[in-house]
Write a protein that binds this ligand. Structure first.
Ligand code: XIL
Length: 384
């Protein structure tokens, strides 16, 4: 595909006024709930006085000083761990509910919605003046069995109704806390046999390729000011997989935007595996073309997998941080990166421990909640 030309009229983004209104709402809430806690930071929130145990303020405050936002994914049960909850409040200004907003958490049955996990996270976010990032309205994983069954036999109109109703209700219910959503997650699979690279999913089978546009339109119609993101992984890879994925994602986004579908952002999941080559110029070209389409780029799920490398711990740590430095350099080559979220804050609760429960070094904090090598790398190479 030839590189798409820059559009003269960029798709509508959240306006500065809307953003400020969101911030103002944050101020108002903060002013009533937390009158004594501290200073306003650039997240439009009150910054917490940082933990005495740490001489330096958290990434939250450091990022905020530069008008950037650092955040992390977390799960509601993790807040029962007071040390972790304190660390999260200190370091993150945005939190992504790691699982609580997926269909299988929210929709125990076709008729019911269970916001229990989400509400715990939202209460914490309120108390700590954090924003929430919505994840994910459409994904091929973490779906309840009833949905998979229903979509197998549903006629198109019925399937469309299920999709739209879910998106409408969830975005409206959460709109006081969530102004940004991963609307569609991981729709491209370079191994798919389809020419357009679309992953064979329950939604594709039920609705054909229009399910993606429908999802974005439904979110926009339900809550017009939301920032709507397409989120995917492996886009940074320097191999055939990365190349095919970048090409198909760009083609998809170009097509959607040309049809007037409200997509505002591209989320780079960034689950990095340090034994995989990075895409270099091909990756930076891809980012440039995505920006050229009017999309805002953000890092949404950063973590580093390197336990499988051979060698001593120190050597592996150094190699992994070099890899991360290179990645951050590529992502920021042509434009600053305003928002960076890691998938978990501490090794203590990383999803990567499902594979190796002794794994370490994947996130900004180690399993004892001490600042780890990634924390330093982010401070040095993402913040100034
Ligand atoms: C993962 C969670 O971290 C796990 O706890 C859960 O069991 C499966 O999903 N890409 C995504 C995330 O977009 O939703 C996934 O989260 C990790 C990969």
């Amino acid at each position: 595909m030839s590189p798409p030309a820059c559009r003269l009229t960029a798709p509508k983004k959240i306006s500065r006024r809307d953003a400020l209104r969101g911030f103002a709402r944050g101020f108002a809430q903060a002013a009533t709930t937390l009158p004594l806690l501290g200073l306003l930071n650039a997240c439009g929130e009150l910054s917490l006085s940082h933990d005495r145990a740490f001489r330096q303020p958290g990434l939250r405050e450091k990022a905020a000083r530069e008008g950037k936002r650092f955040g992390a994914a977390a799960q509601s049960w993790q807040l029962d761990d007071p040390g972790f909850a304190r660390a999260l409040a200190r370091e993150a200004c945005v939190m992504t509910p790691e699982n609580e907003l997926k269909w299988d958490a929210l929709r125990p049955s076709p008729e019911t919605f269970d916001y229990g996990g989400y509400e715990r996270l939202a209460a914490f976010a309120d108390a700590q003046d954090m924003a929430l990032r919505g994840h994910a309205l459409v994904w091929h994983e973490s779906n309840p069995a009833w949905l998979e069954d229903a979509l197998k036999s549903a006629r198109r109109a019925e399937a469309e109704k299920i999709l739209r109703e879910h998106i409408t209700r969830v975005t409206r219910k959460t709109q006081t806390h969530i102004q940004e959503w991963d609307v569609v997650n991981e729709a491209i699979d370079p191994r798919s046999s389809r020419k357009d690279g679309l992953r064979e999913t329950l939604w594709l089978r039920a609705l054909g390729n229009t399910y993606i546009a429908s999802a974005f339109h439904a979110a926009r119609e339900a809550v017009p000011g939301l920032k709507l993101v397409y989120n995917d992984y492996g886009l940074e890879r320097g191999d055939g997989y990365g190349e095919a994925k970048r090409k198909a994602v760009l083609r998809l986004l170009d097509r959607l935007l040309a049809q007037g579908v409200p997509v505002h952002g591209l989320g780079l999941q960034s689950h990095l595996r340090v034994d995989r080559p990075l895409g270099g110029i091909a990756f930076t070209d891809f980012l440039r073309q995505a920006r050229c389409l009017g999309l805002e780029i953000s890092v949404t799920e950063l973590d580093l997998r390197y336990g499988h490398l051979s060698g001593g711990a120190e050597e592996k740590d150094a190699f992994a941080q070099d890899y991360l430095r290179e990645y951050l350099e590529l992502v920021q080559q042509d434009a600053p990166l305003g928002s960076l979220l890691t998938w978990g804050l501490s090794d203590r609760y990383s999803w990567l421990r499902q594979e190796d429960d002794a794994a370490r070094g994947m996130l900004p904090l180690d399993a004892s909640l001490e600042r780890a090598a990634m924390w330093e790398t982010l401070r040095e190479r993402w913040l100034s």
